[in-house]
Design a protein around this ligand. Structure first.
Ligand code: GLY
Length: 401
């Protein structure tokens, strides 16, 4: 399958030369304080607190608690607390986090790892708040209901509603699902129940076996037969074509296997992450500023959209990868991405962009949703990358297990 991109929408980002600066973390934090305070105020105006996800056509977009992006704003505010030590951010992070209370029982999609770990996970790490561990363990129980033992994977999407029902899939697994595994490891640590970590390892191993092409780019979707464990087909959902390399999928892949090494110390995961990094940085379609186009194989390159969210995820993953491998080249690449994202080509002027930090992300072109807009997960991984960069530069681990 291939999708048509409306040419009228195509837009080229004019890259701005990025000079490495020593104060880049401080400068970004000062900027984020202004932007995110206005977003906190907007989200808390009115009778109910809302969860901002994007800014489109002059309006902040808010999402319900069961949306896959519902935990990122809470997580963004937790990172602001980590970066500043200012209790203002912890107070509002906690409000956003606890809005998601019912997500721990959500079983109809796989994204609960993202949603709860970004919010409750960060809150627990930074403030050790009573009850947050229980939320994480309950979420792991809910996510585990999606484990299909014959295939050895967690099913990503249900196929009985929405556009997923139209594709004829039986048990689709998307590369993004690697990101939900972090929560499973923590749930095993908190509960003593090793089942969750075993599910994470099984899912990661099957994904490593079945999602990758020989060049270490990844398919977006692998459809399994959950009864036989066989593969029914390999597809895209959000990329240009089934055989193309959707940029954010490659970013989740890099991040996912780097994180797997953090929890298991199994070198096969680190090797996979390094193979993915090689694919990314040897790719002739990777732009000079290292902010990818939305799909590495989009035939319209260079006249198509960049995806700042992919760049931010890749930067954050690379800081961790540089630590595990003791390879400064990964940090240099991550620094370059952060530098690019900090230029006016991607970082919004204060008082604009609805209060989001970064411009120019792509949600899903095939679905016509959130194209060339700010997205809350771009901001989340951007701040996470700044935290990790700061830690490495202080000589401490960028991320703790
Ligand atoms: N997990 C969905 C996305 O990356 O758009």
């Amino acid at each position: 399958m291939k999708f048509t991109i409306l040419p009228a929408l195509a837009l080229t980002v004019i890259a701005v030369q990025c000079a490495p600066r020593t104060d880049i973390i401080k400068d970004n934090v000062a900027n984020a304080e202004v932007q995110l305070k206005s977003l906190v105020e907007a989200s808390e105006a009115g009778d109910t607190v809302r969860i901002p996800s994007s800014y489109e056509n002059g309006e902040i977009i808010y999402v319900p608690t069961d949306d896959w992006v519902s935990g990122f704003f809470a997580g963004t505010l937790w990172y602001m607390y980590e970066l500043t030590g200012d209790e203002y951010w912890a107070e509002h992070a906690r409000i956003q986090t606890e809005l998601l209370d019912t997500v721990q029982y959500l079983t109809w999609h796989h994204d609960v790892g993202f949603m709860i770990y970004d919010s409750y996970g960060n809150g627990l790490r930074l403030k050790n708040i009573d009850g947050y561990k229980d939320v994480i363990v309950n979420t792991a129980k809910s996510l585990s209901t999606r484990f299909r033992p014959n295939a050895g994977i967690l099913q990503s999407w249900n196929v009985d509603r929405g556009w997923q029902a139209e594709r004829g899939w039986k048990c689709p697994v998307i590369i993004d699902n690697m990101m939900n595994l972090e929560l499973l490891f923590k749930a095993s640590e908190f509960s003593g129940d090793t089942t969750f970590a075993k599910i994470a390892v099984s899912h990661a191993d099957k994904t490593m076996e079945n999602h990758y092409r020989p060049d270490f780019s990844t398919y977006h979707v692998v459809d399994y037969d959950d009864e036989t464990g066989g593969i029914r087909g390999r597809y895209t959902a959000q990329g240009y074509a089934d055989e193309s390399a959707w940029a954010r999928g490659q970013a989740w892949s890099l991040y996912g296997y780097t994180m797997m090494y953090r929890f298991t110390s199994d070198s096969k995961y680190l090797e996979r992450a390094e193979d993915v990094a090689e694919y990314l940085f040897d790719n002739p379609n990777m732009p000079e500023d290292l902010v990818p186009y939305w799909d590495f194989d989009c035939p319209d390159i260079p006249d198509t959209y960049r995806d700042a969210s992919s760049a931010a995820i890749i930067a954050s993953a690379l800081y961790e990868l540089s630590w595990h491998t003791d390879n400064d080249e990964y940090k240099e690449k991550a620094d370059k991405i952060i530098c690019s994202l900090s230029t006016p080509a991607y970082r919004a002027a204060q008082g604009t962009n609805g209060g989001f930090i970064l411009m120019h992300s792509v949600g899903s072109i095939p679905h016509g949703g959130s194209i060339d807009v700010p997205l809350n997960y771009a901001d989340y991984y951007f701040l996470e990358a700044l935290v990790r960069k700061g830690n490495i530069e202080k000589g401490i681990a960028p991320v703790v297990k």
